[in-house]
Write a protein that binds this ligand. Sequence first.
Ligand SMILES: Nc1ncnc2c1ncn2[C@@H]1O[C@H](COP(=O)(O)OP(=O)(O)OP(=O)(O)O)[C@@H](O)[C@H]1O
Ligand SMILES: Nc1ncnc2c1ncn2[C@@H]1O[C@H](COP(=O)(O)OP(=O)(O)OP(=O)(O)O)[C@@H](O)[C@H]1O
Length: 568
Amino acid sequence: MKKPVIEFNSYSFKYHSQVDPTLQDLNLTIFEGERVLIVGPSGSGKSTIGHCINGLVPFSYKGDVDGNLKIKGQEAKDLDIFSLSKIVGTVLQDPDGQFIGLTVGEDIAFSLENDCIEQTRMVELVDEVAKMVEMDRFLSASVHHLSGGQKQRVSLAGVMIDQVDVLLFDEPLANLDPATGKYAMELIDRIQKETNKTIVIIEHRLEDVLHIDVDRIIVMDDGKIIADMSPDKLLASNILEEIHIREPLYVKAAKYADCVVTEEMKPSKLQLFAVDKEKLNLWYESADSIIPREKSQSILELNELTFQYHPGHETIQGVSLSIEKGEMVSLIGKNGAGKSTISKLICGFEKLSSGTIHFDGQDITKDTIKERSERIGMVLQNPNHMISKHMIFDEVALGLVIRGVPEQEIQERVENVLKICGLYPFRNWPISALSFGQKKRVTIASVLVLDPEIIILDEPTAGQDLRHYSEIMDFLVELNRNGKTIIIITHDMHLMLEYTPRAIVIDAGKKIADESAITVLTDAEIIRQASLKETSLFELAKRAGIREPKEFIGRFIQYDKEVRKKWQ
Ligand SMILES: Nc1ncnc2c1ncn2[C@@H]1O[C@H](COP(=O)(O)OP(=O)(O)OP(=O)(O)O)[C@@H](O)[C@H]1O
Ligand SMILES: Nc1ncnc2c1ncn2[C@@H]1O[C@H](COP(=O)(O)OP(=O)(O)OP(=O)(O)O)[C@@H](O)[C@H]1O
């Protein structure tokens, strides 16, 4: 008999600042050595469950509890947060929130220092786990000088080393490049097999988690558990579709092709999935292709950019590229490749070592940040890093106030932008009352109000569920239709395929490809070099013997977009 490790019994939780309970009458038992995935729309209560398991509820987040929760047979309310941290190790959604050490090495070592492990053994262990996440070259680097994905790798390493019974991951894949995401899942798989730890993963990227075996998927909606079953059973049902959670793309394609998907067909593993090839081929023959976009003149030219954060090591090495007016293009590549650095160079946040930047034929290399920001706007990955005001209106108005724009004009421009961004009804709200996705819109609005021609967005949809993802992307498509040029930095390969016909690939500070997105994602050499991942649609099409597997991807994207338009 397996021992229960986590037991929620008629458990409800209400944050003090909320009117209604966030978790309602939860009954859930997770057993020793189990691998459980929790999915659900944004705001459904997934992270709150995580907070209850690791003790952040009620120690950091106060509220009212009803029912009971046992961790390893002990009432959670009788355990202090220190005892709980000996049982549950957590990787949080925002890696910035959990660094303790100053350097990468110190941070990884922290949990060992707490356990009084002998010094030489500790050095060995830290080295070992740093190698596992390919961060061994960075042991003495400051955690604050890492790229977003490198930070995530360090958080993963830190928790892997913990001597705990339960590993809890809240969106572990959000900032990782596709190949590292796959590797991180394999690492979790290996550690679980070797140590029989209990694994709880909260993640929107369902298909990526299913790369390894998962025992059960718990589906949350509006604070309640609406399903608790095996991945095969869940994928054979319509539950995910009904609450707009993205199913694995190859399952979605099979459903679009009118194939009946049953549990016995093993839909949770592409390699085993017994799909009806004939139906898939029939669907392919009848589906529409993507209409290619017409070429236009260039708006942004980067010529031989080089840059170094530290003397002797060039982070950007001779990057040249051209962006067309009205284009929507993605910038992709491995964690730490230099994507964010390139966008900082374009906006003038960092100073070039050599090279030139032209905007609409004009040399802007010597222009100040302020001058550039009127033409090129940048939306950072984490909205919390951009927002400085309490009220939405003031935040969006800030750029205009700084520029001395007359009050009446500010009023008009801000209100207009808030309307475009769907934030007008909230104009007098404090920012703290907004969801993550709404905050993201505020940061887009505060860039848009300056009316730039180019907008660069760093991971615009990371951590968003499919509904919010579609909302943000449709909004960007609308801006693009109205003439804005949009550059998206992303690790989401499906976003790239779906929205950006062209992809520019960066590896170790160099441009290694500049091709159609579908070509990039079906080229094994680029995929390997840039830590990308082939889309499962390509594999499915090949297995079904479809004549043109690349064209199959295009037709799926076109079809899927049409289906999702109907949700609005
Ligand atoms: N510290 C807090 N104080 C008050 N309310 C909160 C707090 N944290 C979360 N909530 C509310 O609880 C609800 C569930 O939030 P939670 O973060 O658990 O959702 P989630 O399913 O993890 O969403 P996401 O996928 O967006 O991370 C939301 O409506 C949110 O506004
Ligand atoms: N402020 C800084 N000081 C020193 N080095 C830095 C700094 N910011 C980034 N780096 C280093 O420069 C390299 C490129 O980082 P950058 O943030 O451009 O990568 P990225 O491609 O955007 O990665 P990710 O996909 O993980 O966000 C990395 O090796 C990173 O450690």
